[in-house]
Design a protein around this ligand. Structure first.
Ligand code: HMG
Ligand code: MG
Length: 297
C-alpha cells in the first residue's frame, strides 16, 4: 500500500553545505537554490540562522533569505533559539524549522543547552510563530542513535515529538543524525509516529553513513511516510555529530521512487545540473550512485 506520490524536502543548501569547511560563495548558493527549485523541489531548507561563530558557512543567512524566497514553494530556514527567530523576523520568510536532539549530550554539543532547556525556550517561541501564521517544522535529531549516548529508546523520541506537537508544530522531521538506524528500526519508529500523530506532517531525515539511507526510506514508506528530507549530491552532516556523513542523496531517492512508480515531481537532469553548480566549490567528491552513472554517460 505505498503512496502514489511523495514530497521531497531538499536540504542541500542547509544541511548539505553547513559542514563544508571552505565558504561557498553566496552567489553560488543563490544559483544552487534557484536551480534546485527549477528541478521541481517545492520545499527546501535554504539556510540557518545560527551563530556564525559556530557554523561560519551559514553566516550569509540574511543575504540568502533576502534573495532566495519564492512565493510558490515552501522556503524553510532553521533557527535554534530566540536570537535566531528574531533574525528570521527581520526577513520575509514564512517557514521556520527549530531543532532539538532527543539526546541531551548531543543537544549540549549542538546548541549548548540541555534538551529540557531548549524546549523551555522553544515552547513559547513556537506558540508565537503560530500566532503570527508561520509554518513551523521541528527537526528531531538523534531520534535513533546518538554519537555520545548510543542507542536512543523509541519512547524518548516519542516523548519529545509529543512535546513539540503539544507546542503546536505543523511538521516533525525525525532524523537519524549519524546514519546508524536499520530498516526495522525505521519501520518501527515511523509506524508509531504515524499512529500517534495522524494530523501532523511527518518527515523522515536519514543520513547515509552506513549506506542504509535508501533501505531506511523504503522501510519508512512501508510505515506510511510520504515526506523525505534529502540533499542533492548526498552532501551534508552536522558539524557537532562526529561520524555523520551526508544525507540521503536526492538523485538516488528520486531515481528509486520513480522506478517504483512513485511520483516525486523532480526532474533528474535538472537536479544533476544543480549539483554541478556547487561541485567546483566543494571539498568532497560526489559519489552517489545516480550521479556517477550519469557523469559516465
Ligand atoms: P552560545 O554560544 O551558547 O550562544 O551558542 P549564547 O546564547 O551564549 O550567545 C553567544 C553569542 O552568540 C551572542 O553574541 C549571541 O547574540 C550570539 P555576542 O553577544 O557574543 O555578540 N547568538 C547568535 N548569533 C546569531 N544567530 C543566533 C545566535 N544565538 C546566539 N541564532 C547557539 C548557542 C545555539 C547560538 C549555538 O550553539 C549554535 O549556533 N548552534 C547551531 C549549531 C548548528 O547549526 N548545527 C547544525 C544544524 S542541526 C542539524 O544539522 C541536524 C539536522 O540536520 C537533523 C539531523 O540530521 O539530526 C537538523
Ligand atoms: Mg541532518
Amino acid at each position: 500500500n505505498l503512496p502514489k506520490k511523495v514530497t521531497i524536502i531538499e536540504v542541500g543548501p542547509r544541511d548539505g553545505l553547513q559542514n563544508e569547511k571552505l565558504l561557498v560563495p553566496t552567489d553560488i548558493k543563490k544559483q544552487f537554490i534557484a536551480s534546485l527549485r527549477s528541478a521541481g523541489l517545492k520545499e527546501m531548507e535554504l539556510t540557518s540562522f545560527v551563530s556564525p561563530k559556530w557554523v561560519p558557512q551559514m553566516g550569509d543567512a540574511a543575504e540568502i533569505t533576502a534573495n532566495c524566497l519564492d512565493e510558490k514553494t515552501r522556503n524553510i530556514v532553521l533557527a535554534p533559539n530566540r536570537r535566531g527567530v528574531d533574525r528570521v523576523y527581520s526577513t520575509e520568510c514564512q517557514a521556520v524549522a527549530v531543532f532539538v536532539g532527543v539526546s541531551n549530550s548531543f543537544n549540549l554539543k549542538n546548541i549548548n543547552k540541555t534538551t529540557r532547556d531548549s524546549m523551555a525556550e522553544l515552547r513559547p517561541i513556537i506558540r508565537e510563530l503560530k500566532d503570527k501564521n508561520y509554518f513551523v517544522r521541528a527537526c528531531i535529531s538523534t531520534a535513533f542513535y546518538c554519537p555520545y549516548e548510543g542507542k536512543i529508546g523509541e519512547k524518548n523520541t516519542l516523548e519529545l515529538c509529543r512535546e513539540f506537537v503539544l507546542a503546536g508544530v505543523d511538521e516533525l522531521s525525525v532524523a537519524d543524525t549519524i546514519g546508524m538506524a536499520a530498516p526495522n528500526e525505521s519501520f518501527s519508529l515511523f509506524s508509531l509516529l504515524k499512529a500517534e500523530f495522524p494530523e501532523i506532517l511527518i518527515t523522515a531525515h536519514f543520513h547515509d553513513t552506513r549506506k542504509l539511507a535508501l533501505a531506511n526510506i523504503l522501510a519508512a514508506l512501508q510505515a506510511g511516510i510520504d515526506r523525505f528530507d534529502t540533499s542533492a549530491g548526498g552532501l551534508g552532516g552536522c558539524p557537532f555529530a562526529p561520524g555523520a556523513a551526508g544525507n540521503a542523496a536526492t538523485e538516488d531517492v528520486v531515481y528509486m521512487l520513480e522506478r517504483m512508480g512513485i511520483a516525486t515531481g523532480v526532474d533528474l537532469d535538472k537536479l544533476i545540473a544543480s549539483i554541478e553548480i556547487v561541485i567546483p566549490y566543494l571539498s568532497k567528491k560526489i559519489e552517489t550512485g545516480y550521479y556517477r552513472l550519469h557523469s559516465q554517460t
